[in-house]
Design a binder for this molecule. Structure first.
Ligand code: DGT
Ligand code: MG
Length: 376
């Protein structure tokens, strides 16, 4: 086992953007446990502990074998201290007491409800969910009681809670893609629409569906998002939407970018059912409420000018931890500032244009990773 751990150490560079992280790996139980502790730490406002657990989980996702004993992680980066105790306990007892305690705690459970109502908007989401907790809100019915005080976005998240908490399947994501493409192409037939986020990394389900929209002629993009969303809205396909206009003075260091973005909740029509043999026979009317033929799905639509498209594609493909590490590597190792608009060399004071993701990795001196290798 010391041979395998030495090997693992040698093969694990410190930044997640320097290593291939597959979607499926060999240590699911331990990774899931560490990620629960990471989420709990962020719910408690501890960014440092969130990062510690997230980095340990991310390193374990790259291990090419299933851990048998905690000895095997002794030389692995980020897997010492608290994370090591967790790993050891799971290997020995199959469960970790701390993780079980966290999962059952009132704070963790209430924060999760609040966070989901806020449709998973990190940062803002956690602050608001925590404020609700401090105001004594523990459940959906508590939230329903203060409905009058909620913003439109929060009301929508609450109203469609049951649907939004269900994962979005790949099949559903593809049907959203058809809707989105149809709307955009009715105005600009050759507009380019790419599904980004977790689905581009090969995930079979997600919490939302992310799209990036571009066109070689920038004029063609003017007003396009608003028109397409209004068109979808007029067809009854949109339950809630909020458009953030393009901005030129966003904070360079922040993860927010200045692209025009629509945060929406779609009413996705159900897939056409296969004709069943007894179609047409009258069913007894047991439940008086009419069957609902749609599902609420969170959708993000982002418009990027053609010259920034590759940076936006890299920035919106994720994972969140991969993006964070890529930016940290750029800044600390290369003295360059990366965001989803471009790459800026702080010492040479110049921008690096790119027409593909491969070129951006090359500018950073990194080995190219395909989207499915960015599941850090
Ligand atoms: P999911 O949807 O939970 O299955 O997982 P992902 O990986 O699709 O995560 P998601 O949808 O939250 O975000 C996709 C990527 O886009 C992720 O790497 C972070 C990035 N992203 C999300 N929101 C923003 C934003 O407001 N600005 C920028 N620049 N990037 C964002
Ligand atoms: Mg997503």
């Amino acid at each position: 086992s010391s041979v395998s751990s030495d090997k693992a150490t040698q093969e694990t560079p410190s930044y997640a953007c320097q290593r291939r992280t597959p979607l499926h790996h060999h240590n699911k139980e331990i990774v899931d446990a560490l990620q629960i502790l990471a989420l709990s730490a962020s719910f408690q406002g501890s960014e440092a502990r969130y990062l510690g657990f997230t980095r340990a989980a991310s390193v374990l996702k790259c291990l090419p074998f299933t851990l048998q004993s905690a000895e095997e992680v002794k030389d692995l980066q980020f897997c010492g201290g608290h994370s090591k105790t967790v790993i050891q306990e799971i290997l020995e007892d199959r469960v970790c007491r701390e993780v079980e305690m966290v999962k059952n705690s009132e704070h963790y459970q209430s924060m999760k409800v609040g966070f989901k109502v806020l449709t998973g908007i990190f940062g803002v989401g956690i602050r608001t969910a925590d404020k609700w907790y401090r105001d004594g809100i523990r459940s959906l019915s508590d939230l329903n009681e203060i409905e009058g005080k909620l913003t439109g976005e929060q009301k929508a998240g609450l109203l469609h809670y049951t649907d939004l908490q269900q994962p979005v399947t790949r099949d559903e994501a593809e049907r959203v893609e058809q809707l989105v493409k149809g709307a955009l192409q009715s105005f600009v037939p050759d507009v380019q629409v790419t599904m980004t986020g977790g689905f581009r990394r090969g995930k079979q389900e997600g919490h939302d569906v992310d799209f990036l929209i571009t066109h070689p002629n920038e004029e063609a993009l003017n007003g396009l998002l608003r028109k397409a969303v209004a068109w979808l809205d007029s067809k009854g396909s949109i339950l809630y939407h909020h458009i953030k206009g393009r901005s030129h003075n966003f904070a360079r260091s922040s993860t927010m970018d200045g692209h025009e973005t629509c945060y929406a909740i779609f009413a996705l029509p159900n897939a056409c059912p296969e004709k069943s043999p007894d179609a047409g026979t009258i069913q007894p009317d047991l439940d008086k409420s009419p069957p609902r033929n749609w599902k609420a799905v969170r959708v993000d639509l982002v418009v990027a000018p053609y010259s920034e498209y590759s940076y936006a594609l890299l920035g919106w493909t994720g994972s969140k931890h991969f993006e964070r590490e890529l930016r940290r590597f750029s800044l600390q190792v290369k003295k360059m500032s990366l965001n989803s608009h471009g790459l800026f060399d702080i010492e040479k004071k110049c921008h690096y244009p790119a027409t593909s993701e491969e070129e951006i990795f090359a500018h950073l001196g990194l080995l190219y990773l395909t989207p499915s290798e960015r599941n850090a």
